[in-house]
Ligand binder design. Structure first.
Ligand SMILES: Cc1ncc(C[n+]2csc(CCOP(=O)(O)OP(=O)(O)O)c2C)c(N)n1
Ligand SMILES: [Mg+2]
Length: 333
């Protein structure tokens, strides 16, 4: 149980809070299941879990509208679930099966959904940042009022291409929100060992891009910051940077021995700052839900996740002919 005091949130309805609880819990249970399947040898290749960071994407998604776009790195399962992609399709992609979003040919890091405007899933650190600006460029050109959420990590924030992108995004006033998910580590390297100045939200100053630091363990704080950033972009003011302070509980990927930090550090975060416990406390203390209500939600989420694992195990391997499809973009689509 979180020791953080739950604060009164008069502007948030019971329905909203319950939705955030459910959405974050879905990500957590899904990731726990993915970890299990990986341990059983059912998932091959890389697998980067999002456990601990759930409030970031759920809070940001709370301010989106139909047609807004999102693009992120390889730590992408949470983003897909939060924008409404089907857990069955995501899990089946992890196990490399035909029922997966990339028909089993992409795996954990390479999934897309045109329907949900999810543009991946990118394994090259920082590569999605210029792509995100490109998506925003298209929307600006089409004058459709859409915003693109471009997520990247604290490690990626030191990449050169990020700053080339900042320059052009500011110059052309592109409607893009750069979300730095600062989980304090880039693989085994702590931020203080790799980064000259810790405040990543100020990295846009040289380009005239405003930035803000946000508590990424508090879904309501993330939602409020997201609303502000979205309003800035939709009003035609150009890009915005949100540095969302968060923490990953698990290793960088499933093959991380985690020798670069203490168990106590992780334990302290889990006990004192957990984003799901935080909302749980608010629901109970605000009498928006009873323990039984929350148990019912837990049960419902467990069933969704178990079903996705079954689907991912039963879906067949992709047919050999599939090797030759989806190689080039279909210009007619
Ligand atoms: C261009 C490039 N360099 C190095 C790597 C290896 N690599 C993969 S993840 C990673 C760390 C990135 O950390 P961060 O941006 O903080 O994201 P996080 O994993 O914490 O979500 C590195 C160096 C890579 N995939 N691409
Ligand atoms: Mg990081």
């Amino acid at each position: 149980m979180a020791t953080r005091k739950a604060t009164a949130q008069p502007n948030v309805s019971a329905e909203e809070l319950t939705k955030y609880y459910r959405d974050m819990l879905l990500i957590r249970r899904f990731e726990e299941k993915a970890g299990q399947l990986y341990g059983m040898g059912l998932i091959g290749g890389f697998c980067h879990l999002y456990i601990g960071q759930e409030a970031v994407v759920v809070g940001l998604e709370a301010a989106t509208e139909e047609g807004d776009k999102r693009i992120t790195s390889y730590r992408d399962h949470g983003h897909m679930l939060a924008c409404g992609m089907d857990p069955n399709g995501v899990m089946a992609e992890l196990t490399g099966r035909e029922g997966g979003y990339s028909k089993g040919k992409g795996g954990s890091m390479h999934m897309f959904s045109k329907e949900k405007n999810f543009y991946g899933g990118h394994g090259i650190v920082g590569a999605q940042v210029p792509l995100g600006a490109g998506l925003a460029f298209a929307d600006k050109y089409l004058e459709n009022g859409r915003v693109t959420f471009t997520y990247f990590g604290d490690g990626a924030a030191n990449q050169g291409q990020v700053y080339e992108t900042f320059n052009m995004a500011a110059l052309w006033k592109l409607p893009v929100i750069f979300v730095v998910e600062n989980n304090q580590y880039a693989m085994g390297t702590a931020q203080k060992r790799s980064t000259s100045t810790p405040d990543l939200h100020t990295r846009g100053e040289a380009f005239g891009i405003p930035g803000e630091e946000v508590d990424g363990m508090d879904v309501l704080a993330v939602k409020a910051a997201s609303e502000k950033a979205v309003a800035h972009c939709r009003a035609g003011n150009g890009p915005y940077i949100l540095e969302v302070k968060t923490y990953r509980y698990r290793g960088h990927s499933m093959s991380d021995p985690a020798k670069y930090r203490t168990r106590e550090e992780v334990q302290k975060m889990r006990e004192e700052r957990d984003p799901i416990d935080h909302v749980r406390d608010m629901l109970l203390q605000g009498k928006h839900a009873t323990e039984d209500d929350l148990k019912a939600i837990d049960k419902e989420i467990k069933a969704i996740v178990n079903d996705s694992a079954e689907f991912a195990k039963e879906s067949p391997e992709p047919a050999l002919e599939e090797l030759w499809t989806d190689i080039y973009a279909d210009a007619t689509a």
